[in-house]
Ligand binder design. Structure first.
Ligand code: 5CA
Length: 441
């Protein structure tokens, strides 16, 4: 992509309305535009990151055995009346009346709708277990939308739902999702800590929030520092091996880690030596719930056991804040100059900086590099604009691509280009071929 043709409305000044760094940087880097309070448009650079994150979430869901569907954003109120949640949700639910005076709503979550799909299709234990998910926009009329995409009113969520014949197998589904979440967040370059949490309006007997430590986070968290060190991708996981999956969950839940709603100061002090106590703040990027028959019972999602007895199917639901993650990644990875994208979610892999775009030799070299990178399948944003080098560097640092390849007349005369790693600031002068090798490795 040529920057001269790219829609990248960056801002020089810090926008006054942005209180936290990720919101500020997303606006400054031209990733999003506010449409109305808590509702955003995604511009090309932001949209690329959103799609990257979505794809990693999808891959790890599929790997864990979940199947992707797509449910609508608009739902009928009837199902919510059946489950008893229509009133519980209060003002947070956006209620809509259609032209026939039917009560509709913009879905804040999908337990009811998925249970309805399930109950009409599955009748027997032989068709279980099943795990379905979708990645769809949600609407919650938050009292205080703030921090940009972190607490929006409209936001993109991955929500998954498990269906099992009994408590035991249902807990195994919960465990599979738990482990897949550890893997997902690690692939996004984040260290997310599972913490025992309150179940809120989703309900159920068991839930964990996945929290990224950040001072700007909305949740107060208390944990054993040991849990921060755990490595989730260290071992290959076989999702078919319930015992092995259960062990990973046990390992991650063996140490004290709770959000404020579940925090027990006496227990914390009793269980965790002072030097290992971590008290701070965090961003909730995922939340898993086990709720048994909470929805299947009122909605009549009954399945036959092997002995013919009809029982309500056991369920859990599993959410990831996909759009919130864009902000969370930035909170976890930035410096004074701008964003530092982890390779896995970067909108482009490399920024090609032409230091003198009225110089024929520099232009020719840049064109050659641009063509080579494109044909090698490396995503490159080529700054071919007529701007001062200082402005180009500042913009590249702001948008945070993992690599910058800097090409100017002096380097060309010496047969060299400069390669800069955004995360470390390390610069290397290299001949073109070894530089390209690094970028295509
Ligand atoms: N049905 C369940 C799980 S599928 C559910 O809705 N869970 S939730 O309420 O915890 O939301 C799941 C995730 O969505 C949260 O962990 C959070 O990362 C994200 N999320 C929730 N509210 C917002 C919001 N207002 N803005 C951005 N992301 C949000």
């Amino acid at each position: 992509m040529r920057l001269s043709a790219y829609f990248l409305p960056t801002l020089k000044e810090n926008p006054a309305e942005a209180q936290i760094v990720s919101h500020r940087l997303m606006l400054r880097a031209g990733m999003i535009r506010q449409a109305s309070a808590g509702i955003y448009s995604w511009l090309p650079l932001g949209f690329r990151v959103l799609k990257r994150i979505e794809q990693i979430v999808r891959e790890e869901q599929d790997r864990a055995g979940a199947q992707e569907v797509l449910m609508p954003t608009i739902q009928s109120a009837d199902l919510w009346k059946q489950s008893g949640r229509y009133n519980d949700y209060g003002k947070e639910m956006l209620r809509i009346t259609d032209r026939h005076e039917r009560e509709m709503l913009y879905g804040p979550t999908n337990e009811e709708l998925i249970t309805d799909i399930f109950r009409t299709a599955v009748k027997s234990y032989r068709e279980l277990p099943r795990m379905l998910y979708h990645i769809q926009w949600k609407f919650r009329d938050e009292v205080r939308p703030r921090f940009g995409v972190m607490r929006g009113r409209e936001f993109l969520m991955k929500d998954g739902y498990s269906f099992d014949i009994d408590y035991e197998t249902s807990r195994q589904a919960y465990n599979r999702m738990f482990v897949s979440y550890l893997r997902t967040f690690q692939r996004l370059g984040l260290r997310a800590i599972p913490m025992a949490a309150d179940t809120g309006p989703i309900g159920g007997d068991l839930s964990h929030e996945f929290i990224i430590l950040a001072d700007t986070g909305e949740s107060a968290v208390f944990c054993d520092r040991g849990v921060i060190e755990f490595d989730a991708l260290g071992t290959e996981i076989d999702y078919g091996d319930a015992e092995a999956v259960g062990k990973v969950v046990e390992h991650f839940t063996s140490l004290y880690a709770r959000t404020d709603e579940k925090h027990d100061e006496a227990l914390f002090e009793g269980q965790v030596p002072e030097a290992r106590r971590y008290v701070g703040r965090g961003i909730e990027v995922g939340h898993v719930f086990h709720f048994g028959a909470k929805y299947s019972q009122p909605l009549g999602a009954m399945v036959a056991k092997a002995d013919g007895e009809m029982v309500p199917v056991q369920g859990g639901s599993y959410g990831i804040g996909v759009s919130r993650l864009v902000g969370a990644v930035i909170e976890a990875s930035h410096d004074d100059a701008g964003i530092i994208w982890p390779d896995s979610v970067a909108p482009f892999h490399v920024g090609l900086v032409n230091l003198k775009n009225n110089d024929e030799a520099t232009n020719a070299k840049c064109e050659e590099i641009y063509a080579k990178l494109n044909s090698a399948g490396v995503e490159v944003l080529y700054d071919d604009r007529d701007e001062r080098p200082g402005a180009k560097f500042a913009e590249m640092d702001l948008i945070g691509l993992p690599w910058q390849l800097i090409v100017g007349p002096r380097g060309i005369a010496a047969g060299k280009v400069e390669l800069k790693r955004r995360a470390t600031g390390e610069r290397q002068e290299l001949a073109l071929e070894p530089a390209l090798d690094k970028l295509t490795a």
